[in-house]
Ligand binder design. Structure first.
Ligand SMILES: C[S@@+](CC[C@H](N)C(=O)[O-])C[C@H]1O[C@@H](n2cnc3c(N)ncnc32)[C@H](O)[C@@H]1O
Length: 387
């Protein structure tokens, strides 16, 4: 396939995409509508467009074709026609490490600034190491699963028999190559859950007691509830979310995982829910808040290009309003676990500062979970105690 042909396919996809829906969803329907694109066209267009967005706004004044070649060079260790044609001097370095490749790019394109990859650096949480974080965007994050400890070795072996490299990260976490068709390979999901490594790490802050009554108030499809259940299976659970649909997925996942005893409600936490909840008192609340998701943009690099910073303020207000509405149902001396998958201080430290100032809460511990060091998402988690 000639390079012009590949480029035309890339351009068509780029020009038709405006960032309004996730890129993977857009590509799915785009390829469906453009059946003339063969599988090789689709594969190259996908590789090029994802690589292109991983460059964020770096070298924005360079021609698009040069930026695409640089992006493709940084993100891949196999040669493409675009690198061969546009960057012949760099092609022999295709298998070098990302850091070495970045040095080469800086040498040939002195205008290149790593910080332009993520041009929201002013907004970052204080603990984030900028260079490492920006560099992480050139590597696709892994797929992680949380596995019952006594099943890990068996599952690892089964995956390896299927030709999948599974790396044990802890006694209960496996890292797999992204795109592994896990549901097909291991349909029985009783012993494992797909869950990002950093998301798994938030469980360390839960510390439930036996027979506690907890509320997962933004439960979506129940990832944190399942994690809580794995930490302490006797915990009683109320799960809620504003989206009824995601609670249907939750039911399915709970069934597969054998979690039977729980109560579920559709609740909008921006409303007064006293009618539904006036007699409830919890031993712990997990608030896995709606957020920009900026800690997960390694999986959705189109956001580096299309994200509008105004949204940070919108989410930060939403997070505070939801927290204020749920804390009244927490028992004194018990924890509110505040979680985001954001790297922005306005959704992390600044929300925590507001919570301890405005609500009867004191901070026990807060941390950025630096997934960018582990090919994983980056998250923020805080444990606050009701006064
Ligand atoms: C980060 S997701 C939760 C992910 C989930 N806890 C997990 O581990 O998979 C945030 C959730 O907050 C919910 N949400 C957003 N606005 C809400 C509101 N006003 N009231 C209740 N839930 C809301 C969203 O529907 C979304 O499912």
């Amino acid at each position: 396939m000639r390079v012009e042909h590949q480029l035309r396919a890339f351009k068509q996809v780029f020009e038709n995409y405006d960032g309004a829906v996730p890129l993977h969803r857009f590509l799915f329907s785009y390829f469906k509508q453009h059946k003339q694109m063969g599988s090789s066209d689709r594969r190259w267009a996908t590789r090029y467009i994802y690589s292109f967005f991983r460059l964020g706004k770096a070298l924005i004044k360079e021609p698009q074709i040069t930026r695409l070649a640089i992006a493709d060079f940084l993100c891949n260790d196999t040669l493409s026609l675009i690198v061969e044609t546009e960057l012949p001097l760099l092609k022999n370095a295709i298998t070098n490490s990302v850091k070495e490749k970045l040095d080469l790019v800086k040498k040939y394109f002195p205008e290149f600034q790593l910080r332009d990859v993520f041009h929201f650096q002013e907004e970052l949480s204080a603990e984030i190491e900028h260079q490492d974080f920006y560099t992480s965007f050139f590597t696709q994050p892994d797929l992680f699963i949380r596995v019952k400890a006594d099943y890990l070795e068996q599952l690892k072996k089964k995956l390896e028999e299927e030709g999948i490299t599974a790396e044990a990260i802890s006694a209960t976490a496996l890292a797999l190559p992204n795109g592994t068709k896990l549901e097909k390979l291991v349909p029985d999901q009783r012993h494992y859950q797909v869950q990002d490594l950093s998301s798994q790490a938030t469980g360390g802050l839960f510390k439930p007691q036996q027979w506690d009554y907890w509320w997962d108030c933004c439960a979506a499809s129940g990832g944190k509830s399942l994690l809580l259940h794995s930490v302490e299976p006797t915990v009683q659970l109320l799960v809620s979310d504003v989206r009824e649909n995601s609670l249907h997925n939750l039911e399915e996942r709970f069934r597969d995982a054998g979690l039977k005893k729980y109560q579920k409600k559709v609740l909008d936490l921006l409303q007064n829910n006293d009618q539904d909840l006036h007699h409830y008192e919890f031993d712990g609340i997990i608030l896995d808040a709606p957020c920009t998701g900026s800690g997960t943009w390694g999986r959705t690099p189109e956001m580096l290009y299309y994200f509008d910073t105004h949204k940070i303020n919108y989410f930060s207000k939403l997070q505070k309003a939801i927290a204020a509405n749920v804390v009244k149902y927490l028992k004194e001396g018990k924890p509110l676990i505040y979680i985001t998958c954001s790297v922005f201080k306005a959704e992390n430290e600044e929300v925590v500062e507001w919570l301890i100032k405005e609500l009867p809460l004191k901070l026990e511990r807060a941390e950025v979970i630096k997934g960018y060091n582990n090919n994983a998402d980056t998250m923020f988690a805080a444990r606050l105690i009701k006064l």
